[in-house]
Design a protein around this ligand. Structure first.
Ligand code: AHR
Length: 618
């Protein structure tokens, strides 16, 4: 079925660039119209983004792309979005000029059509999918590189920022500072603003160097400005000043070429996501299931060495014969919770459905056993390894062995803490930090009080990614509400029976101290349910005397909410099997994968429990 003609008259011509990448057979010979609202089309990185969008859209004869260019004006971009909506687009791809200013109009668009955010996010979650880099991580990688470059002697760093108020500026800056902070001899001597532009950077840096003399390193937040800094130094006859940038674009004046020509010491490839935006737009328009909430694209270091060694090229993928059945080794944490049981079931079912042979090991909550399982997969020369790490640390050696054996490693549900991120291929799972924040935000808006609130925290397995991140996210929110006091934090290992035992103990401690508990934040529903049993045995009314918020959204939590014993469950989806199998197959067939794929999740307060329970899958 072909769509009705677009109401193009609604889009002012000055803002509009109609684009199809194939000869158009007739005015309505397409099914879908995608509006792309660009913050500007002057920066080279954004021009590349547009080109990628166009080239990927060229593979789909049923797509028509309409571009608008806001020329760095938020008010203009707000109007662009309204015009695109009025013209009847089916999906909006937008790279916001300013996250805060654009959030309301993006939320308005999201109420009508799917919205993909590219590169910059918005306040809140009113969008379908975010695709972009982790700018804080990019800044951190740059900081680590500069610290290593300067070594123990340290040195002076001049920092050049992009346009003030643009979100990557703050994130890259924070990440950079985070990475250099353990190296007090690496000193940022000044920070200039050059709006992402080469010529402005050249002028600003030249003037600064004339006034202050040379520095050891210039760190510019993009390659254009890095190029400007290099030109300024050349013009002034300053030699030996190292320049580091970000973007790593291909092409004649792109960052990779600048590194090859020694103008820059290094850059960091920061993919535009244009290609991925179209791939996912097509999936969304076809109502495919399992669309993630966030796709974080991979960043990699470019130096002369990485170019020459071929490390920049995608790792060689095994050439598998067409009838080869992929063998996947999966090391599960254990069966500590209903969540985990559902996760195991999802992995096993999805492997069967995808025709993947699964070697499954239950590590029974023992980190050593899990590492041994991964090692046994390497010895058996499986095609791919996946696991959900019990704890974050201790993975470096075995992951090096997997890399040396050429076996790709996929992280499911939880991450590892390793310095060398090339040791794993892709992560798919939840944003645990956000889950902690969501629990905190829900709590504060539910209690709406300035009176002192005593909070007890039941932690998951100590040192596991969800335990670390949920704790941080929850605390981050409570920091703005000093009347909330976390009076006890104890681990119940994500296990229901331990949740009950630990709560019994805590109740004993509190009564000995004469302290009251107002709130329980449990890192999973199972521990919350165990704690509810302990509270009831002690004559406390859970959900009434104590407000309880937990994480996962398992069916038992909904039953507890309907019974009035639990007040809220923050969702964490265990149904990761289909995404994992798809990622493994995509990888084996030579496709690029994002570094992190984050699932879409919600928050369920007790009042929605009865309506939501029948549709719950776990
Ligand atoms: O890693 C996810 C956590 O592990 C779940 O929240 C918890 O129930 C599980 O055991």
């Amino acid at each position: 079925m072909k769509r009705a003609p677009l109401r193009l008259a609604a889009v002012p011509l000055a803002l509009l660039a109609l684009a199809t990448c194939h000869p158009t057979p007739g005015p309505n010979a397409y099914d879908w119209v995608i509006g792309v609202s660009m913050a500007n089309l002057t920066e080279q990185w954004r021009i590349n983004m547009r080109d990628e969008i166009m080239s990927e859209a060229g593979h789909h004869r049923d797509l028509r792309i309409v571009f608008t260019d806001a020329a760095d004006s938020s008010s203009r971009q707000i109007q662009d979005v309204r015009n695109l909506l009025d013209s009847g687009i089916d999906l909006l791809i937008i790279s916001p000029n300013d996250s805060e200013a654009l959030s309301p109009v993006i939320a308005e668009a999201y109420r009508r059509i799917p919205v993909i955010l590219l590169d910059r996010s918005v306040i809140g979650f009113d969008y379908t999918l975010f695709i972009g880099p982790d700018n804080r991580l990019v800044g951190k990688q740059a900081g680590q590189y500069v610290s290593e470059l300067l070594g123990a002697r340290g040195g002076k760093v001049l920092e050049i920022l992009g346009r003030s108020g643009s979100p990557p500026v703050l994130d890259r800056s924070v990440g950079f500072r985070e990475a250099i902070s353990p190296h007090p001899r690496v000193r940022i001597v000044d920070t200039l603003v050059a709006d992402w532009l080469r010529d402005k950077a050249e002028d600003e840096v030249a003037a600064w160097l004339q006034r202050n003399g040379p520095v050891d390193v210039v760190f510019a937040q993009n390659d254009s400005m890095a190029d400007g800094a290099h030109r300024a130094a050349e013009k002034l006859g300053i030699h030996g000043m190292k320049v580091v940038g970000i973007d790593g674009l291909p092409g004649p004046s792109g960052g990779i070429e600048l590194v090859r020509d020694s103008a820059l010491s290094a850059t960091f490839i920061c993919p535009t996501g244009g290609k991925e935006a179209i791939i996912y737009a097509v999936d969304i328009l076809h109502h495919e299931e399992g669309i993630p909430k966030k796709m974080i694209l991979r960043t990699s270091l470019v130096t002369k060495e990485t170019i020459e060694s071929g490390a920049l090229d995608a790792p060689a993928r095994p050439r598998l014969p067409p009838d080869h059945r992929i063998v996947l080794g999966f090391a599960q944490t254990g069966a500590e919770s209903n969540w985990r049981v559902a996760n195991t079931d999802s992995i096993k079912t999805a492997a069967r459905q995808a025709g993947i042979d699964l070697l499954f090991v239950d590590s029974e909550g023992q980190p050593d056993k899990q590492i041994a399982a991964v090692r046994s997969f390497i010895q058996r020369r499986v095609d791919a390894i996946a696991f959900s790490p019990i704890v974050e640390s201790g993975w470096e050696p075995v992951l090096r062995e997997a890399k040396a054996a050429g076996i790709p490693v996929f992280l499911s549900d939880r991450t590892v803490d390793v310095k060398d991120e090339s040791l794993w291929t892709s992560f798919m799972g939840s944003d645990f930090l956000e889950e902690g924040r969501r629990a905190g935000r829900w709590l504060v808006s539910y209690l709406k009080t300035d009176r002192p609130v005593n909070v007890v925290e039941l932690l998951g397995t100590l040192g596991s990614a969800p335990e670390l991140d949920r704790t941080s996210g929850f605390k981050e929110v409570l920091r703005d509400h000093p009347n909330y006091h976390i009076i006890v934090s104890q681990s119940g290992d994500f296990v229901r029976s331990k949740g009950r035992e630990v709560m019994q103990e805590i109740l004993g401690q509190l009564s000995a101290r004469g302290q009251r508990m107002d709130v329980l934040f449990a890192h999973n529903d199972d521990m919350a349910i165990g704690a509810i049993q302990a509270m009831e045995a002690a004559g406390i009314r859970p959900g009434k005397d104590v407000t309880i918020v937990s994480v996962d959204g398992i069916r038992d939590a909904f039953t507890a909410m309907i019974a009035g014993k639990l007040n809220c469950s923050v969702e964490c989806s265990p149904l990761l099997g289909p995404q994992l199998m798809k990622a493994i197959k995509d990888y084996m067939s030579g496709k690029d994968l994002p570094v992190r794929i984050i699932t879409s999740e919600g928050v369920f307060p007790a009042q929605v429990a009865r309506a939501v329970l029948p549709g719950r899958k776990y």
